[in-house]
Design a protein around this ligand. Structure first.
Ligand code: B12
Ligand code: SF4
Length: 367
């Protein structure tokens, strides 16, 4: 049986591997929410988010009692996260590794192979992670032990769990309808220790979900879903936090920025703060495609200029070309066409190129 160290609270270790300049907003939100749940703060000790393997290794070697390792898998973190997961299993046996995020295979066949290939993966989580992680920790707290089988016995939604008798795949988790229940990772200080002024991006979500269902897309595992909004005051406060912490680029993670009228106010806020302070230096958004009423209606206001002085916003220029151009009936064809016209950017298949900092290879060394 996997049992937590009876001498002290079990450590919860959020890890997004590889690069300090790319902390995981997802994990920040997940730990902020878990901390806010009654009872969990007293039972577990939340270690600040880590991005480097060496840091995790020194934590594990200094105290090898079992941990709950939360891993946020994106294309750029997945390989290091697997190393981290293997390390925890080796150095701190009895730990439970929880893999979530868009790069964690969630179709059942792919998911099964993932477990087969990586014997140190204990739990995978599909879709939004806040409720599921809080439920996982509550289950451990109630059972009085850190043991993946507890999650299978309780059939915790959204999880696939390795048990001694095989994999247990629970049903999908319900979507979080009211996003105001989620505390902000930035405002709650979950990421402050990771030197924000050196981040490549400060990501903000103003809403979640996408009403469309392009087959190749896994936008936050929330395609074909109702778009849910974060409270406007929170969005503006997060922008202020990023500006005050001199984060160079704000990346709006929405699938369809501009779909709501209030998005003009958000863009305006970014531009106003930039004019006052010089930050953010850049803002990047992916604009609403098929329904671009607000982008078009507000062309006089120029959403691009609002987002930060026009020339700072490369994504917006492409998008305006896209909504103006004859190819506007298909967002991706339009965007590819626009790419050819904007700053000599080379067209790519299906994915918009960003203007990466010179030498960008997935890692970013701040100047
Ligand atoms: C910001 C972003 C980037 C930034 C990353 C900056 C950074 N600091 O991380 C940059 C610009 C670098 C980037 C690059 C790319 N990206 Co990108 N990006 C995004 C974006 C817009 C937001 C990600 C995000 O933070 N969202 C906010 C968080 C809160 O939401 P979330 O990720 O959905 O997380 C939830 C769940 O997944 C889950 N979860 C996440 N982690 C964990 C962990 C645990 C333990 C649990 C339980 C749950 C859990 O809970 C979270 C909260 O509910 C997403 C699209 C989107 N909106 O999700 C694409 C996305 C992640 N990117 C994608 C792609 C394809 C790319 C590129 C490959 C594109 C390209 N060809 O250049 C490159 C990769 C470059 C490289 N060299 O590695 C894909 C998927 C990639 C993948 N499998 O990881 C996405 C999903 C977009 C899509 N087309 O579907 N990207
Ligand atoms: S519109 Fe964009 S975000 Fe939505 S499903 Fe299609 S590609 Fe994904």
């Amino acid at each position: 049986m996997r049992t937590a160290d009876p001498m002290g609270p079990t450590r919860i270790v959020p890890f997004a591997g590889g690069d300090r300049s790319l902390p995981s907003l997802a994990l920040g939100g997940i730990t902020a929410f878990a901390r806010s749940r009654p009872g969990l703060g007293g039972v577990f000790r939340f270690v600040p988010q880590m991005t480097e393997l060496a840091e995790l290794e020194s934590l594990l070697r200094s105290d090898s009692s079992p941990i709950v390792l939360l891993l946020s898998n994106y294309l750029w973190t997945a390989a290091t996260n697997l190393q981290a997961s293997a390390l925890a299993a080796e150095v701190a046996p009895g730990s439970v590794t929880v893999h979530g995020g868009p790069h964690t295979p969630h179709y059942s066949g792919d998911n099964r192979r993932y477990f087969e290939m990586h014997s140190h993966v204990d739990v995978t989580v599909r879709q939004e992670g806040e409720l599921t992680t809080a439920r996982i920790l509550s289950a451990f707290a109630e059972a009085g032990r850190v043991d993946a089988s507890v999650l299978a016995a309780l059939n915790v939604p959204g999880c696939t769990v390795r048990t001694p008798t095989g994999l247990h795949r629970a049903d999908d988790v319900e979507r979080i309808d009211d996003l105001s229940v989620l505390p902000s990772a930035y405002l709650g200080g979950e990421l402050s220790h990771l030197t924000p002024e050196r981040w490549m991006f400060g990501i903000i979500e103003t809403n979640r979900g996408c009403p469309y269902g392009c087959t190749y897309c896994d936008w936050g595992q929330a395609t074909l879903s109702r778009v849910r909004k974060f409270p406007l005051e929170r969005v503006l406060a997060e922008i202020d936090w990023l500006v005050d912490h001199r984060v160079a680029t704000i990346f709006i993670a929405d699938a369809n920025f501009g779909i709501f009228g209030r998005d003009v106010e958000i863009a305006d806020h970014i531009a106003r703060r930039r004019n006052e302070t010089g930050y953010p230096r850049h803002a990047i958004a992916t604009f609403t495609k098929n329904t671009n009423r607000h982008v078009r209606d507000h062309r006089d206001l120029d959403l691009g200029r609002h987002l930060g002085g026009g020339r700072a916003v490369d994504a917006d220029d492409r998008s305006r070309d896209a909504v103006d151009g004859p190819a506007a009936e298909h967002p991706h064809r339009a965007i590819r066409g626009a790419q050819r016209r904007v700053r000599g950017a080379r067209p790519t298949r299906g994915v918009r190129p960003h203007r990466w900092p010179a030498g960008f290879d997935g890692r970013f060394v701040p100047p």
